[in-house]
Design a protein around this ligand. Structure first.
Ligand code: SF4
Ligand code: SF4
Length: 311
């Protein structure tokens, strides 16, 4: 950069060789911060825009250094190991530094555009071979719009294909600017009923559905870019006939959709909630049965939409 500082973003994970975040083999960058707090979120460490303090009880040797060193008295021993009183914590990260076993870990780190692009370029042969590229996920990548745009522009200059995985809950002007650079949007559609949407995600869906329509118009107008609609299938929450029919209506009203993915719920992230000291509201909800997933795929097929499981 000739002038000023190179844009930086806050990332909480990088997944290479991913085959579930868009077409082909991909490198996925997980952006920190999300305005939603979906009950079923399997990346709860990505919700807070700040570094999230995680505690891994299995690594703790109960040496007590974190409890002794914390000047705020925010660490103490409890029945399940070391506890954190978030109301006292200033996130100075001293406990992380003094812990000898990495049982305390603050999730999230700063990255420059240059660092991100260099990392992505390591996997160029895989993208070329498989039709893959780079995916921005999270969290919500559109919570860091300037960094996202700078990354998209830099990757486009390298002719690397890009996808943005979004909830659609962002400023309209940001998603439209991103639409000028990204090749694909992985757009989540969860619930069409606004009250249920707010109950289960913490926000209403008016802005999301409006942004989806504006994005669709923009992509059609510029003749470049597509949307893949992604529907998490969550038993008892969004699998009713009424919701699914409304989702189908929404998909049919769009002109730039290139794929529909049904993503069956799983509870793989449940343990992360415990490590982060967060409440996991899904309890013991099981994944949807195979015949239930088939029912949903058939429903889409009956309305002329080829939906696929996973992706
Ligand atoms: S981050 Fe700092 S204030 Fe917070 S618990 Fe650790 S040592 Fe205490
Ligand atoms: S410093 Fe690390 S190992 Fe020691 S008690 Fe704290 S969390 Fe456990």
């Amino acid at each position: 950069m000739l002038f000023g500082k190179e844009p930086t973003g806050f990332i909480f994970d990088v997944k290479r060789y991913s085959i579930h975040d868009g077409p082909g083999i991909r490198t996925t960058f997980f952006f920190k911060g999300c305005p939603l707090s979906c009950w079923w979120c399997h990346n709860p460490e990505g919700i807070s825009p700040l570094p999230a303090p995680a505690y891994h009880a299995g690594r703790c040797i109960a040496c007590g250094r974190c409890v002794r060193e914390c000047t705020r008295g925010a660490r103490s021993f409890g029945p399940e190991g070391v506890r954190l009183d978030s109301s006292q914590c200033t996130e100075c990260r001293l406990c992380e530094r003094v812990c000898p076993t990495r049982a305390i870990e603050f999730v999230g780190k700063e990255m420059t555009v240059g660092e991100l692009v260099s990392l992505a370029k390591k996997d160029l042969p895989f993208y070329d071979e498989s039709g893959g590229g780079v995916t921005f996920s999270g969290g919500e990548p559109l919570m860091q719009p300037e960094f996202l745009l700078a990354c998209l522009e830099a990757l486009r200059a390298e002719e690397i294909s890009t996808a943005v995985d979004t909830s659609g809950f962002c400023r309209e002007e940001d998603i439209l600017r991103v639409a000028e650079q990204a090749d694909l949007f992985l757009f989540d559609l969860k619930l069409i009923d606004p009250k249920l949407h707010e109950h289960y995600t913490g926000v209403g869906n008016h802005r999301i559905l409006t942004n989806l329509r504006r994005l669709d118009e923009k992509l059609l107008e510029q003749g470049r870019g597509h949307i893949n609609i992604r529907i998490p299938l969550i038993p008892g929450i969004n699998d009713s006939q009424e919701n699914l029919e409304a989702v189908v209506d929404c998909v049919l009203s769009l002109g730039s959709v290139s794929g529909v993915n049904i993503l069956p719920y799983h509870s793989i992230g449940a343990n992360k909630y415990k490590n982060l000291g967060m409440e996991f509201k899904m309890g013991r909800t099981p994944p949807p049965a195979e015949n239930e997933v088939s029912r949903v795929l058939s429903l889409f097929a009956s309305r002329g939409i080829h939906a696929v499981k996973g992706g």
